[in-house]
Design a protein around this ligand. Structure first.
Ligand code: SF4
Length: 330
């Protein structure tokens, strides 16, 4: 439970802030001028702070919508992402956020309408091209939803733009708000998945794979388009068996017609973050296996990459047409 909430005074009158006041009445609410004065303190220790993060409620002023990194898309001409939140309830051993931020506190930008205004301008600007918008790049899209209620606002917005797609990427099973409404065909609920034994070791605090698959099944039966994200692919001595079991389990349980897309990508880290993340999680064994530098990324060797990619592609092609399978490299 969150027991400290810092709030920018500029952000205190938004409806999301009022909803959070109701959800966290016993927290200590502390006014601040700008979120950076708490979030950017240099001497913070991410691991210590992760044990009991505070929530920082802020107003975002620019960069509401940004081009997605190359290699991130699912076939659209234009790909964008937006981040209404920094940091995550979960604590995955490979999460790049811990290399990006010195603070584990959650920052929530509550001026949701400003995001939607910027997104509608971007949609208009690229109206002659196919477009996908990604939520959940700097956080998990649904994990904080009981407090932020962001997904409801977002889906209300995107259902008015059926010509573009939006993806909510998550490991959360907080899906009741989705099950209560009719599915929106241009809104893809995308779950990040690993084989169960790998998730048990690395996806700290996140729901088990069994519970994620159950949530996927429920959403799919309701008619929501489902994304399956096998990303990052993690190498172990028996990875073929593990990924083979995961893929066949998923394909057995989920109606293939409701699978919008499956993507996969190797475990990889931006070079500038690798050292910090590997120091924070030296106990997991994840970093014991030698990795190589390739341009600005650190990842497995080309031999492992080719082996994993061809195996995963082959497995997926047994169930799905090529057009639904994507390789993510960034
Ligand atoms: S769910 Fe995603 S954002 Fe959250 S800790 Fe895990 S990798 Fe990071």
């Amino acid at each position: 439970m969150i027991d400290t909430v810092y709030f920018e005074e500029d952000a205190s009158n938004y409806s999301a802030t009022n909803q959070i006041r109701l959800a966290l009445p016993d927290a200590n609410w502390i006014p601040i001028d700008r979120f950076q004065e708490i979030f950017n303190i240099r001497t913070q220790n991410f691991r210590i702070q992760k044990k009991n993060p505070a929530l920082i409620i802020a107003k975002k002023h620019d960069n509401f919508v940004l081009p997605a990194p190359s290699g991130f898309g699912m076939g659209s001409d234009q790909n964008f992402y937006f981040s209404h939140m920094y940091n995550c309830l979960y604590d995955c051993g490979y999460c790049f956020l811990q290399g990006m931020y010195s603070s584990a506190n959650y920052v929530l930008f509550v001026n949701y309408e400003d995001f939607f205004e910027a997104i509608s301008e971007t949609i208009h600007l690229h109206k002659n091209e196919t477009q996908t918008y990604y939520s959940g790049y700097d956080c998990d899209s649904l994990a904080f939803d009981k407090i932020s209620h962001f997904s409801g606002y977002m889906l209300n917005f995107f259902q008015n733009f059926p010509e573009v797609e939006v993806e909510l990427r998550t490991k959360s099973i907080v899906i009741s708000s989705l099950l209560m409404r009719n599915p929106i065909k241009n809104c893809v609920i995308a779950f990040s998945l690993s084989p169960d034994s790998i998730a048990k070791k690395l996806d700290n605090k996140a729901p088990s794979i069994r519970r994620r698959i159950k949530a996927i099944k429920e959403l799919s039966e309701k008619g929501w388009p489902i994304g399956l994200r096998l990303d990052p692919l993690i190498y172990t001595h028996d990875w073929k068996l593990k990924y083979s079991d995961l893929i066949s389990d998923l394909m057995k349980q989920v109606d293939l017609c409701n699978i919008h897309s499956v993507s996969y990508g190797l475990l990889r880290f931006p070079k500038r973050m690798y050292k910090k993340i590997s120091n924070l999680h030296s106990e997991t064994g994840l970093f014991a296996f030698p990795m190589e530098e390739n341009k600005d990324l650190i990842s497995y060797s080309e031999e492992i990459e080719n082996d994993m990619y061809s195996f995963i592609q082959k497995k997926l092609r047994a169930y799905l047409p090529e057009i639904k399978i994507f390789h993510c490299s960034n």
